[in-house]
Design a protein around this ligand. Sequence first.
Ligand code: AMP
Length: 357
Amino acid sequence: MSDVLAPGSVIGIIGGGQLGRMTALAAAPLGYRCHIYTPEENSPASQVAEKTTVASYEDETALAEFAAAVDVITYEFENIPVDTVQRLSKLAPVRPRPSVLAVSQHRVAEKDFARDSGAGTAPYRHVTGLDQLCDAVSEIGRPAVLKTCRFGYDGKGQVKITAETDLAAAWASLKTDDAVLEGFVSFDKEVSVIVARGADGTALAFPVAENHHVDHILSTSTVPASIPEATEKAARATAVALAERLELVGLLAVEMFVTTEGEVLVNEVAPRPHNSGHWTQDGCATCQFEQLVRAVTGLPLGPVDVLFPTVMQNLIGNEADQWLDIAAEPHAKLHLYGKAEARPGRKMGHVNRIRVS
Ligand code: AMP
């Protein structure tokens, strides 16, 4: 097993947010040390990691020094320039590999990839100008959703096209020449599956989480999801198929719609831990962050049995001010991210409420 990194090895994590923080916290009990690379001073991840490099993603010298100081590199968010990750991959193993990141950064590449893997998606058209948007709307019909291909998150960079929408105004509002028009899915539920795949090709999908958004931001994830067993199986099988086709080593989060007819459609993928997987920290035999550490270091993956039915609730903005009440609640597990300033819409922490029978 020469490919397995021994305890004491250093995991380099690109990005300093809460996902990096919780990955570093999960690495410690297995004996690994973490080195964060982030442009941000005093980031949530650097507060709990052994070392941090604060530098830009374009700083070649800092990137080379970082690569030399670590044994494997992973990343905790997907909007890192692919060039940066490609450069690093010549100096140290990067898991997941850079091509996985490239697919997840572009909504059309992502949907093409999902379709090529045999997964369903909403109907979609790549749109690069107003004329194309008009054609795409005639083909797909209204309602539809127009989204920027890159850098959209939490509903930002998207506009709903209804019967009343003026297409020229909608196009101008996106301020891009690279967009996708998607048919509006009348979904029954939004769900997600996080799948891990190890270097030996073993893939294991976590149970399906049922997600509820408020103002386009994830509010709660509930496990088990209230979906039929066949849908649960189909969603997990879809996530495994995507991970296999990507030859992923690491984690892939797959957001999906379950339609009113029970069909599972892929909406988005992210090659990293995911907010909808935070329930695993307290409700699952292995948490998603430990699973990422296991996958990238070559350890065997851990089991994914549900230990406790769990509802994860995000603490957004000043909701985190409730920390003392939450800490006093039985079976509520509080996770705070160490962010100094509670801006509206900012994820400050989360709470996992486990059901102990
Ligand atoms: P996204 O940024 O793609 O995750 O979209 C944010 C949210 O907008 C999703 O969680 C859905 O609630 C909604 N949404 C996105 N795309 C569609 C679609 N094609 N049909 C219906 N709702 C959508």
